[in-house]
Design a protein around this ligand. Sequence first.
Ligand SMILES: Cc1cc2nc3c(=O)[nH]c(=O)nc-3n(C[C@H](O)[C@H](O)[C@H](O)COP(=O)(O)OP(=O)(O)OC[C@H]3O[C@@H](n4cnc5c(N)ncnc54)[C@H](O)[C@@H]3O)c2cc1C
Length: 434
Amino acid sequence: MSTPLSWNRLPRLSPDQVQRLTKPALINQDPKDGPFTFYGNGRSYGDVCLTDTGTLLQTRDLDRFIEFDPALGVIQCQPGVTLDEILSLVVPQGWFLPITPGTRYATVGGAIANDVHGKNHHAMGSFGHHVKAIELVRSNGQHFTCSSIDNEPWFQATIGGLGLTGLIASATIQLMRIQSPWMWVESHRFTNLDEFWQLNRELEARWPYTVAWVDCLATGRSRGRGVLYAASHAPAQTSAPAPFKERSRSIPFESPVSLINSASLWAFNQFYYHKPVNPGGALTHYVPYFYPLDSIHHWNRIYGRAGFYQYQCVLPPETAQTAVSELLKTIARHREGSFLAVLKTFGDQPPAGMLSFPRPGATLALDFPNRGARTQRLFEVLDRVISEAGGALYPAKDARMPGWLFRQGYPEWEAFSGFIDPQLTSHFWKRVTQ
Ligand SMILES: Cc1cc2nc3c(=O)[nH]c(=O)nc-3n(C[C@H](O)[C@H](O)[C@H](O)COP(=O)(O)OP(=O)(O)OC[C@H]3O[C@@H](n4cnc5c(N)ncnc54)[C@H](O)[C@@H]3O)c2cc1C
């Protein structure tokens, strides 16, 4: 069996063993096989779900639904259940996940451990805000429920706890009512960053979902131009334009070199920025709206064997505008461009977990092909901008941040260390704390 990779295909690490966890019990593991690291479905971009020592424990086989109350919309399941499996069960019954990231192939365990966010953070917070209870299993045999009422400190440590506090053996989640599987989606072009901030403020006040794609190759007066999408779940009486039929494609093999280069990026950005927008709105099924990338299986192979990096930061409200502009300027100056450049503002809800990434401000997510030292040099400059702006990088999307930047962005990391199970670790955690 080949060693599991994370989504950006680096780092490539070889733990001593890889095992599939079939029972929600850590205590059954032989301590001499430790330390242990959990791997959900490998949709993180980096090493939070990887290790180079001990045993990688795959949790995907813990895939049972335990209870679903269709009247109250409360669901309890094991951690290896994917968001897609939940949606397949609950959407026909008029319920939806209140928070979903841009992939439906993340597991519930992974979504909690990274406290993932979606396009509606400003309205609904992060995944952890909708978790009612977690069953935690520790390597010393302790097994207990934590929630905002019981064992609250453990609850706060486990949400966004990077899989280090124990095995999330089950989770109870409050779902959200919907009346239709369709979404009403508007799109608006903006010609620069100033226009984005203004348009975003207006749309955010009225729409539960907002997110923008940014052309990070544009410079001068066009810097930060892009397209902003605002959406909501469609009302009950909406009649579907046609029955939804999912069409998926696949990248069949790993390209030897990255297919993302300055020519293909330029062409893509020109096409995307100029394609027709729909400010009047249109209906789109929830699958292509929330998960456009999932329809191209193995799209991560286009970056070739060297893999790629995602660079996602959050910036406080006071510095966000200046810092986003500076980040885009730096990327253009280094003649690097990102195929996916996503800009979104987060709401004011206090973070759900001690190490949660989402916090008030704005988040910018970028993908870069791994071009070795040249890419690392760019990141060093970007890191300084984030640090000076008082921001932080997202561990779920990281394979290289320096330890000092993690510790600065997550000041509770030392207090959090007291909750770590002594048998658990990850390559990420060792990298940023040692
Ligand atoms: C196309 C794409 C779009 C994405 N969009 C977004 C987005 O919009 N917002 C966002 O926040 N993220 C996004 N992500 C990132 C992704 O949602 C997170 O990385 C998520 O955590 C992946 O879940 P996973 O099940 O694959 O877990 P993995 O990546 O395998 O693991 C993630 C963490 O969970 C821990 N873990 C897994 N199972 C357990 C368990 N049972 N008990 C304890 N710890 C456990 C692991 O140790 C690790 O620390 C995106 C990823 C992709 C590929």
